[in-house]
Design a protein around this ligand. Structure first.
Ligand SMILES: Nc1ncnc2c1ncn2[C@@H]1O[C@H](COP(=O)(O)OP(=O)(O)O)[C@@H](O)[C@H]1O
Ligand SMILES: [Mg+2]
Length: 367
């Protein structure tokens, strides 16, 4: 049985629809991440699950329990939904010690004192903050405050953890470190978690599955590999990673297959893609060809490498070295330059002529 199940969940603010009717479910023990640009409806979705925002329509189920259903007038109050929450601002109380902060949800639930001490100690141990009980909350670093917020969300052993950009206030290095800690802890406890972020790298490394949102709509749900390797829509392709998008004015369709010309400096290369590489049934005009920079192979002028690939003559117009790879900008016609990312091999100087090899399987045509 899915742990969290949203059906037709919708939120309007007056005439504006922040979340269009959306369906999604998180399995037991899964880390499911809502990812999308600012304003796409991630926080609103999470707040509806939390019971902090009333949906306009739809239902929310946790396990076998319906906690919200607009058609049945069910609306379980936030505090009875059994959720742990961590939000962007740590919101730990500055006038309290670490232990008092973490104990707060237990005191609210009238847990006996002896048990509180024990539970607080256990959960602080879990987040790597054992021994900090008596420290004043204001004396903690950002990362430590974040851990205390996490401990407070976990101390009453919620079934579900809701996290809204919990790492975004931390500096880059700490954020990366906490990312792994959070993931390990979630797996160790076996928590089902809904995680919200606008940071694609964070989403890709942390999640079992991702929900990519755009303007209040779900664009794609899938594993990090699905989303990165097989973006379902042009939006997902452009939002995740730094891909090449080449405008294609007209496309010949025969059956589901697509055939089009990509101009080169002195002629053109004809590209034929099978239906599985084409997104958009009636696609004929104003298409976009998508290619990831790391899927393009680069050789010396005239070198035709790669299996089942097209070959494009080009000229290196820019080059950047970033430690473990080179990034090139290669002009293939007077209007189009492609980003190419290569891990090793000989270095190509700016202005040198090269030949790019692009496997057919790595090209996708979007409407
Ligand atoms: N209380 C509110 N009243 C009116 N509009 C709101 C309210 N809360 C959010 N919105 C709007 O709903 C949209 C989605 O917001 P939000 O869920 O916070 O996006 P995200 O978390 O993805 O950045 C935005 O356009 C935002 O301005
Ligand atoms: Mg938000």
């Amino acid at each position: 049985m899915p742990e969290i199940n949203l059906v037709g969940l919708t939120k309007k603010f007056g005439a504006f629809t922040a979340v269009h009717p959306s369906d999604l479910s998180a399995q037991n023990g899964e880390m499911l991440t809502l990812l999308g640009p600012s304003g796409c409806g991630k926080t609103t979705t999470l707040r509806m699950v939390a019971g902090l925002e009333q949906p306009t329509a739809g239902s929310i189920r946790i396990g076998a329990r319906t906690i919200y259903d607009s058609s049945q007038d069910i609306d379980v109050p936030s505090e009875n939904r059994g959720l742990g929450m961590v939000f962007q601002s740590y919101a730990i109380w500055p006038h309290m010690t670490v232990a008092e902060n973490v104990a707060y949800p237990l005191r609210m639930r009238r847990v006996p004192k002896a048990q509180i001490t024990e539970k607080v100690r256990d959960v602080l141990d879990l987040v790597g903050m054992a021994g900090f009980e008596e420290k004043s909350a204001t004396k903690l670093s950002g990362g430590q405050q974040q851990r205390v917020a996490l401990a407070r969300a976990l101390v009453f052993q919620p079934e579900i953890l809701l996290l809204d950009e919990p790492l975004s206030n931390l500096d880059a290095k700490l954020r990366e470190h906490m990312r792994f800690e959070l993931r390990m802890m979630q797996q160790r406890v076996g928590l089902t978690a809904l995680f919200v972020t606008h940071d694609q790298e964070e989403a890709l490394t942390l999640s079992d599955r991702l929900v990519v949102m755009n303007q209040g709509r779900i664009e794609q749900i899938g594993t990090p590999e699905d989303i990165y390797e097989r973006p379902a829509t042009r939006f997902v392709a452009e939002f995740i990673g730094k891909g090449n998008m080449i405008e294609i004015a007209s496309v010949d369709r025969a059956g589901g297959d697509a055939r089009f010309d990509l101009p080169t400096f002195d002629s053109a290369v004809c590209i034929a893609l099978p239906a599985k590489n084409v997104r958009g049934a009636g696609l004929q005009q104003n298409a976009c060809l998508f290619i990831r920079p790391e899927k393009i192979m680069m050789g010396a002028d005239g070198e035709r490498g790669g299996q089942n690939a097209i070959h494009l003559p080009g000229r290196v117009s820019g080059r950047a070295y970033s430690g473990d790879h080179h990034e090139y900008l290669v002009a293939v016609n007077s209007q189009t330059s492609l980003k190419v990312k290569v891990a090793g091999g000989p270095r190509h100087e700016v202005d040198s002529k090269v030949t790019l090899a692009i496997p057919h399987s790595e090209m996708v045509l979007y409407a």
